[in-house]
Design a protein around this ligand. Structure first.
Ligand code: NDP
Length: 276
């Protein structure tokens, strides 16, 4: 069985650095797809209430026979549920959908600053963590001003910030702030969601050829060597296996630098201040 490295979080817990994401995985197919991922060896699953597929994730986990303490499950608080009581209620619904007594990580999905409720929501997450039903808590799509406000007004430092991050959009300011405060970086859209032609760039294909690996494996490897936590998504079993098979090679410094130089502010999704 492949040994996936773990990243130590600021609350003392550990998270598998490579997992499987289920954004845009059809709820009707989620159980089958997550079952495939678990069979391949993934033990870290990243879902969200808004994906509508928590129950399929939960069914796959339950049927897998994998002991609960070997799994790492993340879900997220959707923007409409931000607030204190509404966050408690949304969390209960997510647990119910997942069929779990607790999640490993619960995140505020977007700061949604125009609603001005992320501080209240965070206080709810602090209480949820205190109750033991979320072992770790964190945020997603938070930029430096949002993180600064949380740090100033609340007491628990987020364990992670899950942000859009890939070679064409590396968010250096947010990453530097997070590292300075012990917040681990989770990179969503690690392959550029297939929207940015990352896998065709010569810097990526040259490294792939040199190592006898695929461009996707090279990009995942780049993330791992940068210290990012990643959970690429695929509906296809062969690609799930490909994306998991990244521990038998390493990019050298020149290859890493060439891929890091691909930064283009190539955001593939909305700016966090604009998502409500
Ligand atoms: P990814 O960067 O993981 O890209 C997924 C796309 O790449 C799919 O179209 C998939 O196609 C394709 N793909 C996967 N593997 C390969 C491969 N080996 N070769 C070529 N193409 C491949 O994007 P995601 O948006 O899914 O990001 C990963 C996870 O991050 C999500 O699933 C979700 O858990 C999380 N996320 C969080 C967000 C947030 O706001 N917090 C926002 C977006 C994502 P196919 O399925 O056909 O293989």
């Amino acid at each position: 069985m492949t040994q996936v490295p773990e990243v130590k979080l600021n609350d003392g817990r550990a998270i598998p650095q490579l997992g499987f994401g289920v954004f845009k995985v059809d709820p009707a197919e989620t159980e089958r797809i997550v079952t495939d991922a678990l069979e391949i060896g993934y033990r870290h699953i990243d879902t969200a209430r808004i994906y509508g597929n928590e129950s399929g994730v939960g069914r796959a986990l339950a049927a897998s026979g994998v002991p609960r303490d070997e799994l790492f499950v993340t879900t997220k608080l959707w923007n409409d549920d931000q607030g204190t009581q509404s966050a408690f209620d949304a969390f209960d619904r997510s647990l119910d959908q997942l069929g779990l007594d607790e999640v490993d990580l619960y995140l505020i999905h977007w700061p949604a600053p125009a609603r001005d409720r992320y501080v209240d929501s965070w206080r709810a997450l602090e209480a949820i963590r205190e109750s033991g039903r979320a072992r770790s808590i964190g945020v997603s799509n938070f930029l430096v001003p949002h993180l600064e406000r949380l740090l100033a007004e609340t007491s628990v430092v987020p364990a992670v910030d899950q942000i859009e991050l890939h070679p064409a959009h590396q968010q250096p300011a947010t990453v530097a702030f997070a590292r300075e405060h012990g917040i681990a970086i989770e990179a969503w859209g690690p392959l550029g969601q297939g929207k940015y032609p990352l896998l065709e760039l010569p810097e990526v294909t040259a490294a792939a050829e040199a190592h006898g690996k695929t461009p996707a494996q090279v990009v995942i490897r780049w993330h791992l060597q940068r210290g990012n936590i990643v959970f690429p998504k695929s509906n296809r079993r062969e690609r799930m296996a490909e994306n998991f098979d990244v521990f038998d090679f390493a990019l050298d410094e020149v290859e890493m630098a060439a891929i890091t130089a691909l930064e283009r502010e190539g955001r593939v999704s909305a700016h966090p201040d604009e998502v409500e």
